[in-house]
Design a protein around this ligand. Structure first.
Ligand SMILES: CC(C)(COP(=O)(O)OP(=O)(O)OC[C@H]1O[C@@H](n2cnc3c(N)ncnc32)[C@H](O)[C@@H]1OP(=O)(O)O)[C@@H](O)C(=O)NCCC(=O)NCCS
Length: 177
């Protein structure tokens, strides 16, 4: 089983007990406003998300991590990797993304988990490139991307929801842990 420990976090695969806390995170409009269609998600939809992430882990050997606080054991959110379906500029490439419960923002947890995920992708899994997209309005993600050393490579448009996106990438050759 894939687990990563950082100074403050445990990144691991998903457990049944994660459904309730992740559903609470997905029920918060402030968390969800820049994800997908911007709507909050039900418990059933959250269960489906966890199932899809676990399937990706089984099929690809990577996926979204459950991010747990080492100190308290609380689920802080989801950070990890997925094969992008869209926009066309990154389709088929491995993308990093993040979402934490609101009470866990502003403590460096997203960046800590994302650094560990990037190292996992490029060094452990042997991927030679990781990409990301953020909505232009998403300055919190821009800050995380800058701290990760990911390079802004251009713009794109979300083909489903129409949002303007900034596209980022990092190659193994550019990566310094
Ligand atoms: C995007 C998101 C994950 C960013 O989380 P975040 O908590 O702002 O990001 P970070 O982990 O980088 O932490 C930010 C701040 O924590 C502060 N911080 C406090 N204690 C810290 C510590 N011990 N170590 C590091 N930083 C710390 C820092 O000041 C840092 O800000 P700075 O880089 O300007 O100095 C979060 O806003 C979120 O989940 N949003 C909703 C979901 C979403 O929109 N996801 C993206 C679209 S898919």
């Amino acid at each position: 089983m894939t687990e990563i420990r950082t100074p403050r976090l445990l990144l691991r695969r998903w457990l049944e007990d994660d459904l309730v806390p992740l559903s609470e995170i997905h029920a918060d409009p402030a968390v969800m406003r820049r994800i997908g269609d911007g709507a909050t998600r039900s418990g059933d939809r959250t269960a489906h998300d966890i199932e899809a992430w676990e399937e990706e882990w089984d099929e690809e050997g990577f996926g979204m991590f459950a991010v747990e606080l080492l100190g308290s054991g609380e689920l802080a959110g989801a950070v990890g990797l997925s094969v992008a379906g869209a926009p066309a500029e990154i389709a088929g490439q491995v993308a990093i993304s993040w979402r934490l419960g609101r009470v866990f923002w502003g403590q460096g947890y997203a960046s800590e988990a994302a650094h560990a995920t990037l190292e996992f992708a490029l060094q452990d899994r042997g991927l030679d490139r990781v990409v990301a997209v953020r909505r232009l309005a998403d300055t919190a993600s821009a800050n995380v991307l800058d701290k990760l050393g990911m390079q802004a490579e251009g713009t794109a448009q979300d083909p489903v929801h129409g949002h303007d996106l900034a596209v980022y990438g990092i190659d193994l050759t550019q990566y310094q842990d």
